[in-house]
Ligand binder design. Structure first.
Ligand SMILES: CC(C)(COP(=O)(O)OP(=O)(O)OC[C@H]1O[C@@H](n2cnc3c(N)ncnc32)[C@H](O)[C@@H]1OP(=O)(O)O)[C@@H](O)C(=O)NCCC(=O)NCCS
Length: 161
């Protein structure tokens, strides 16, 4: 990426993701989350009929996957199960594009609400969701177990579509 011009997230392509993208998504997930999700579990998720997922791609041929979002639809509700943007690509508007993309897809599938949960100490993600219009709906105490054994609360958020 050139340093001379600011990067514009409108040049990111969002591509529907299916099982073929499991390897690249699991690879990126492993750089962002501990513990990571296995490629098999990501593939199973993407293979599920209720799955709605996107990868964010930049550059020419071959394009590079710099982000992903995986969600599931159930009746008239949708839930973001995981979202991530590669460390070198954060704070460029890509996460917001992914949230907006999956929210639009859920809305077209007639979902009325988009839910997610986020670790209470994940200030960056919390700020992203707030900027997208999500509102807090609850708290799950000690929901996440960090590798060191530390328990962290989960905040549940929801966006009316
Ligand atoms: C959370 C994450 C997906 C955000 O992606 P991103 O592409 O960096 O987000 P964006 O650039 O679209 O940010 C949009 C807005 O969200 C807020 N935001 C995003 N990251 C932030 C951070 N680290 N600190 C403060 N605000 C942040 C800002 O308001 C930002 O707008 P601004 O840059 O104009 O100030 C990314 O940091 C990530 O992958 N983190 C690791 C995995 C993770 O925590 N996933 C979420 C689990 S629930």
């Amino acid at each position: 990426m050139s340093d001379s011009a600011p990067f514009d997230a409108k040049y990111v392509s969002l591509l529907w993701a299916g099982p073929d993208q499991a390897e690249v998504i699991a690879g990126l997930h492993a750089t962002l989350f501990d513990p990571p999700w296995s490629e098999e579990s990501v593939r199973a998720l993407l293979d599920h009929p209720a799955s709605t997922a996107f990868v964010a791609l930049v550059g020419g041929a071959p394009k590079t996957c710099v982000g992903f979002v995986m969600a599931q639809l159930a009746a008239d509700e949708a839930e973001i199960l995981s979202i991530g943007v590669g460390k070198d690509w954060q704070r460029k508007g890509i996460g917001k594009r992914l949230v907006e993309g999956v929210a639009r897809a859920a809305q077209r599938a007639e979902a009325k609400k988009l839910h997610l949960e986020v670790a209470a100490d994940n200030d960056g993600a919390m700020e992203l969701y707030r900027s997208c219009g999500f509102l807090g709906t609850g708290l799950r105490r000690g929901y996440y177990q960090r590798p060191g054994g530390q328990a962290v609360d989960a905040v549940t958020l929801s966006l009316r579509l």
